[in-house]
Design a protein around this ligand. Sequence first.
Ligand code: ZN
Length: 409
Amino acid sequence: MTVTIDSDRLWNRHMELARFGATAGGGVWRLALDGSDLEAHRALADIALGLGFKLFLDDVGNLFIRREGLDPLLPPVVSGSHCDSQPNGGRFDGIFGVLAALEALQSIQQSGVQTRHPLECVVWNNEEGSRFAPGCMGSAVYSGVMSLEQALATIGDDGVPLRDCVRALRELLPEAEHRPLGTPFAALIEAHIEQGPELEEGGITLGVVTGMQGNLRLMVDVTGREDHSGTTPRRRRKDAFFSAVTIVQALREALHDEKDVLRFTVGRFSISPNAWSVVPGRASFAIDLRHPDQAELERCHAIVIETVARHAAPCEATVTQKSSAIPVSFEGPVRDAIQRAAQLRQISHRSIYSGAGHDSRYFPGLCPTGMLFIPCKDGISHNEAEYASPSDIAAGAQIVADVMLELAS
Ligand SMILES: [Zn+2]
């Protein structure tokens, strides 16, 4: 019993969805539940309803598209990802996983094959976290890692609370039934572009994801004193910017990893009052640390605290932990099924570790979980230039269909 997906239909659907939030540079700007993201949800819902599938929406705005199984009481085999993007993001991050799952459901539907378990395509809300921080919020709430109240109370960069946006989504999708948070899955498989260069460099079509690195986000706030830039001699200054720069340079040295496994990034930096003639009284910067080993992340956390304390003078500085995620390992039936399907289809594949975080990180403790990657051109992602080829997209979706079919039978 096999089903063949329709690669043209799948590619065209990617191009169709890329219209929502399209940028002049060929990318997508579609922040969680903004106008374009709502339109994208409605478009996905219309496709699903046209195919006779049912819609479900939970309280944090995750959308589920369901094809019924022979035994509707069995938990569903679920696949999907997200349809929000980064500002000036690409046309494939997230949406590929959603459309691959939808294509799997559609081709299985049209083949007439009945599965024991229901099949579902999930569209996780707010994966990117660029409007509402942190990211992977919908999946975190669904899996019980974050409380619903905390998520709904999150205020977007534009001042709008997530609660209002979820209400707007519910009004936009009146056909959707209510889905209780945490409703169990039989299995979860997520397809995603790699967002790195490994597969392309190796000429490999499919990455069988073995795990995901842990993540630690820290905020450093340096407090000095605002002074006149012309009259204040150096000996009297408490320049928060200079202290912050000294700290960053010291961190760069202290966290240097010869093996290039540790990822250390300062991606946000602000100074205050940010004026020509005022010695900066405050400086803040965000540290993003990633590593496959939790003990190593904890060691780095201690290094940051110690380094900040040592280099803050003459200012004061604090380190605040904003979020963390422990490293994840994907083992078991889903990963095995991905491997098997790739062998049967003679699609070149290799094991790969995920450098990025994804919604599936929260599920290995709840149900069999796995991920697959396809290459993206030059490893570029979170960028308008992001590109995945129609044939790689088709190969990834075919494996999603094969694995869903196998696990649901
Ligand atoms: Zn993504």
